[in-house]
Structures are given as structure tokens and as C-alpha cells.
Design a protein around this ligand. Structure first.
Ligand SMILES: Nc1ncnc2c1ncn2[C@@H]1O[C@H](COP(=O)(O)OP(=O)(O)OP(=O)(O)O)[C@@H](O)[C@H]1O
Length: 310
């Protein structure tokens, strides 16, 4: 896949002297969903704002569809849609006018058929003549997306699209994003919900303290960093891990009723068969066995911790 957006050594030092972005380089592939993860204050919003021309970068370069965001700002910006974190809509304006106006701001000719398609896709068509203030929070977020799509951008930035949104609405939003991807829109989203990145992203970028720690295919990342855990429920509780089982590095939980074995799922030899044999030899009877794959959350927490305490 070719790159639709390239970020080359982008640095932003705010007026007070704080460097929020430190030589960030990144390539966004056409048609992908990239989730940008990072703790509070990592620089995610600054990065999006610098790409969209809201924040002036101190140095570095960004191109969108080959257009430089500084020297060819208008052509570059026309290819980008931005859904901001905060809901910043005119409460008394009708949905349709809000979206139409946004399109006009980009100098695009009126195209009601196109706007109808977007509004239908976002389940807003029935609400088109309603004032924004009469909409639910979830609907308002959809209006923000409709606005951002109104000028037919190829890249859509979603800055924390589901912050403070309930679970049902979050899933609803994921569905909307998936549909947009199917329509060929490239999507970059920031999120604090690891579950969200896990559910939607093709690639994951991790940013901490203004630097990109990694950008990797989600599946590859989870395969590479993911560990599996096997939980062995014992028929009879034990007071300690038997000596013969010590080489396996087991932990005892659940008042002596559960042994937990963590292993690297990439390793050729996981040691499971040896462990099960050793358990039997030690005279332990297994009541149940279950395995658990580490989540993106666990991987992320480990990565960020490693970075903060080298
Ligand atoms: N206008 C500004 N002037 C000075 N410092 C700023 C300004 N805007 C942001 N910062 C600082 O830059 C850092 C990065 O902020 P940014 O909002 O980009 O982080 P973020 O990753 O989006 O955080 P969050 O997840 O909390 O939204 C923070 O330490 C923040 O305080």
C-alpha cells in the first residue's frame, strides 16, 4: 500500500519551551486504520493539530497526497477531515446547514446528493432539519463526522472519537468507522481505550513524551509481544508450588487452588506438555485448564513502563 500521508521529523516546541513532539516520523498507508495510543500528554493531539495546520510545527515536514502542509496548505488540507475531541457545534443550526456550510468553507460546490449519502450513512438523514441542540450526544458526534467528511477528504482524523461515550454508543461508532474504511477513507484515530484500538486498527502507533515508540501491524504486535497464560485449577488446594515444578516459574493463586503458567506463544517449545506431565508426577490432579492471551492493554502498559523506567 502506498503512503497517503508522510510525517518527517516533525518537532513542536511550545512557546513556553516545552517540546511536545520530538522529531516524529510516520507514514500513513492509503486505506488503513491507524490507532495512535499514548498516555495523557504524550503529544497525540499536538501531532494531529500540526498535521492539520492548527498548530505551527517548529521544524519537520508533512505531506498529504504529495502536498506539503506548509507550502501547499490548501491542497493538503482539502484532503484531510478532522473530527475534534470537543463538540463544537452551533446549537441552533440545523444538521443539514451545519454540514453544507462546512463543505462551503473548503470552497467545494454545493452537492446535496453527496451530503445526503453521508447523512444517510451516519443515520442522520431523518434528523437533517433538526437543530443540533435537540440531538443526543451520540448524534452530535455523528454530526462532527459528517462535517469532517463534507468536503470529501481522503484522510480522516478522529481525536478520541468515543471519549466519555457509553459502551453501546462506542460500538456504534466503531461500526461507522469500519464503514468509512470500506468506502476507502484512511483513518487515524487517537484513543485511550485499548479495546478500541484492538477492535479496529490495522496498525498501532505508540507515542510517549513526544516520540513515536513503535508503529506496527496490530496482529504482528500482538503476536510478537503477546504472552499466553495457562490457568490450571487444582482439585485439591496446595500450600506452595511443589519443588519439582519450580523450573516452570508458576504462581499460586486462588487460595492455593490455581497455578498460573505464563509462556511465550512465539516460542517453539511452550513446555505445556512437560508441565502437565510434571503436575501428574507431583501428584496434583487438574480440575480444569484455561488459557488467556494477553491483551493489547497489557502489551501497551508494558511498553510505556519500559520507556518511562529504562
Ligand atoms: N498550547 C500549549 N502550550 C504549551 N504546552 C502545550 C500546549 N498544548 C499542549 N501542550 C503540552 O504538550 C504536551 C502534549 O499535549 P497533547 O495535548 O498533544 O497530548 P495528548 O497525547 O493529546 O494528551 P491527552 O491524551 O491528554 O489528550 C502536554 O504536556 C501538554 O501540556
Amino acid at each position: 500500500m502506498s503512503a497517503i500521508l508522510t510525517v518527517d521529523r516533525l518537532t513542536k516546541t511550545y512557546a513556553g519551551g516545552f517540546t511536545a513532539l520530538d522529531a516524529v516520523s510516520l507514514e500513513i498507508r492509503e486505506g488503513e486504520i491507524l490507532a495512535l495510543l499514548g498516555p495523557n500528554g504524550a503529544g497525540k493531539t499536538t501531532l494531529i493539530s500540526a498535521i492539520c495546520g492548527i498548530v505551527q510545527p517548529t521544524s519537520g515536514r508533512v505531506t498529504v497526497g504529495g502536498h506539503d502542509t506548509v507550502t501547499a496548505y490548501r491542497s493538503a488540507r482539502a484532503l484531510i477531515g478532522l473530527v475534534p475531541q470537543e463538540i463544537n457545534l452551533e446549537p441552533f443550526e440545523k444538521v443539514i446547514n451545519t454540514v453544507r456550510f462546512s463543505r462551503g468553507l473548503f470552497g467545494k460546490p454545493r452537492d446535496d446528493a453527496f451530503l445526503e449519502r453521508i447523512l444517510r450513512q451516519l443515520s442522520l438523514w431523518d434528523k437533517r432539519d433538526q437543530p443540533i441542540r435537540s440531538l443526543s450526544g451520540g448524534m452530535k458526534r455523528r454530526v462532527l463526522i459528517a462535517k469532517a467528511l463534507s468536503h470529501e477528504p481522503r484522510v480522516l482524523f478522529l481525536d478520541e472519537p468515543t471519549a466519555g461515550v457509553d459502551v453501546e454508543l462506542r460500538r456504534d461508532m466503531w461500526e461507522v468507522v469500519r464503514q468509512l474504511k470500506e468506502d476507502g477513507v484512511t483513518i487515524i484515530l487517537t484513543t485511550h481505550y485499548l479495546e478500541e484500538a484492538e477492535a479496529m486498527a490495522d496498525r498501532i502507533g505508540v507515542i510517549t513524551r513526544g516520540r513515536i515508540l513503535l508503529v506496527e501491524d496490530k496482529d504482528a504486535l500482538m503476536r510478537r509481544m503477546g504472552r499466553k497464560e495457562m490457568r490450571i485449577e487444582l482439585k485439591e488446594p496446595v500450600t506452595r508450588v511443589p519443588q519439582a515444578l519450580e523450573p516452570f516459574g508458576l504462581t499460586l493463586e486462588g487460595e492455593g487452588r490455581r497455578l498460573v503458567y505464563a509462556y511465550d506463544r512465539q516460542a517453539n517449545r511452550t513446555g505445556i506438555v512437560r508441565l502437565l506431565t510434571a503436575l501428574q508426577e507431583a501428584g496434583l490432579t487438574v480440575a480444569d485448564v484455561e488459557t488467556k492471551q494477553s491483551s493489547l492493554e497489557e502489551i501497551f502498559v508494558g511498553l510505556v513502563k519500559e520507556e518511562v523506567t529504562p
